[in-house]
Write a protein that binds this ligand. Structure first.
Ligand code: NDP
Ligand code: GDP
Length: 328
């Protein structure tokens, strides 16, 4: 039985990836940072019905000693480094913390693998945000990066450290440049989930408006359940490499709002108000990925359309509110 260690196991991708690995017969270990709110941290794993099956271990990607201990105890065959301060807007308010977790945290994980278990395969959660001020209309593995937020700058460090450890030490370290991916388990602060939750609240009479920022930005959105399959496939290849994971379709925030509100029979224009609070110091106007390499080399492709995903998310938010549950 293969052992996998997942950092960021309590997040959206950590939950879906753990589910996939369990289905494939892995023993899944999740690195969990200590929280005073221990009763809610595994809510996503519980949502997927796998909380009891993931072996959670106390640790933090800022603490090399804890990660070395875990590497020694778990002896993983595969490490998936998903842990990060992952919200772009927060990265302007907490730039140094974002640098510590999202950049140096990758260095901690790579060092732990190198020192303790160099044969172990390593996945780094890189991001399309690294393209930032885009240098080509459609972004591939060859497109130059131009980060536009402290988050993106931090991700760039993690990306190049992964490439560097592969080239310097021959480690099987791969970097997945994933474009935005969403699901009913997406954090409520991200735009898709904010909109599907807002549409559900308004439909149920729990709210009368939704305040938002720049509706003209465009994103290439896929479903997290599809994207974690690409992470796993990368670590099954004979040699490590970097891959763009995207749908190849880009849609404006405005059109995504329209899809979500239409699902509940409403017109978004009647409810969305622009609020400068949600504008960013620097914007990433358009992201549009070219997944050709992942399709050819990994045999991967996005299976869920934006319309299907948004419908699933709105339905999940309607169900949460009807059940009187706080947004999970
Ligand atoms: P989430 O924000 O949902 O999850 C982030 C995870 O990181 C949480 O489990 C969080 O734990 C954990 N974490 C934060 N700080 C630490 C720390 N110091 N030590 C250990 N764990 C920590 O992100 P997603 O699941 O959406 O994304 C997974 C990864 O993929 C992230 O690295 C993200 O930046 C990256 N990514 C995501 C994309 C997307 O569209 N979703 C696109 C491209 C890249 P806790 O629950 O305790 O806060
Ligand atoms: P990001 O691509 O990782 O920053 O993911 P987000 O979901 O946070 O944001 C996607 C895009 O939506 C960005 O261009 C934001 O500026 C835009 N956006 C517009 N209004 C909002 C809002 O109210 N909240 C968030 N999170 N993003 C918004």
């Amino acid at each position: 039985m293969k052992h996998a260690l997942v950092t960021g196991v309590t997040g959206q991708d950590g939950a879906y990836l753990s589910q996939l690995l369990l289905e494939k017969g892995y023993e899944v270990y999740g690195l969990l940072r200590r929280s005073a709110s221990a009763d809610v941290v595994d809510s996503r794993l519980r949502w997927l019905g796998i909380a009891g099956q993931v072996r959670v271990i106390d640790g933090d990607i800022l603490d090399l000693a804890s990660v070395l201990r875990i590497m020694r105890d778990v002896k993983p065959d595969e490490v998936y480094n998903l842990g990060a301060q992952s919200f772009v807007k927060t990265s302007w308010n907490q730039p140094l913390l974002t640098g510590q977790v999202t950049a140096l945290g990758v260095g901690v994980m790579l060092e732990a693998v190198r020192l303790e278990n160099p044969e172990c395969r390593f996945y780094q959660a890189s991001s399309s945000e690294m393209y930032g001020l885009i240098q080509e209309p459609v972004q591939s593995e060859k497109t130059p990066f131009y980060p536009r937020s402290p988050y993106a700058v931090a991700k760039l460090y993690g990306h190049w450290m992964t490439v560097n450890y592969r080239e310097s030490f021959g480690m099987h370290a791969s970097s997945g440049i994933l474009f935005n991916h969403e699901s009913p388990l997406r954090g409520i602060e991200f735009v898709t989930r904010k909109v599907t939750d807002g549409a559900a609240r308004i439909k149920l009479g729990l709210a009368t408006e939704l305040r938002m920022g720049n509706l003209d930005a465009k994103r290439d959105w896929g479903h997290a359940r599809d994207y974690v399959k690409a992470m796993h496939l990368m670590l099954q290849q004979e040699t490590a490499d970097d891959y763009v994971v995207a749908t190849g379709r880009t849609t404006s925030i405005r059109d995504m709002c329209s899809i979500a509100f239409r699902h509940v029979g409403l017109n978004y224009e009647d409810y969305i108000k622009i609020d400068p609070t949600y504008l960013r110091p620097a914007e990433v106007d358009v992201l549009h990925g070219n997944p050709a390499k992942a399709m050819t080399k990994l045999g991967w492709k996005a299976e869920t359309t934006l319309e299907e995903m948004i419908s699933e998310m709105v339905e999940a938010d309607l169900a949460r509110h009807r059940a009187g549950l706080a947004s999970a």
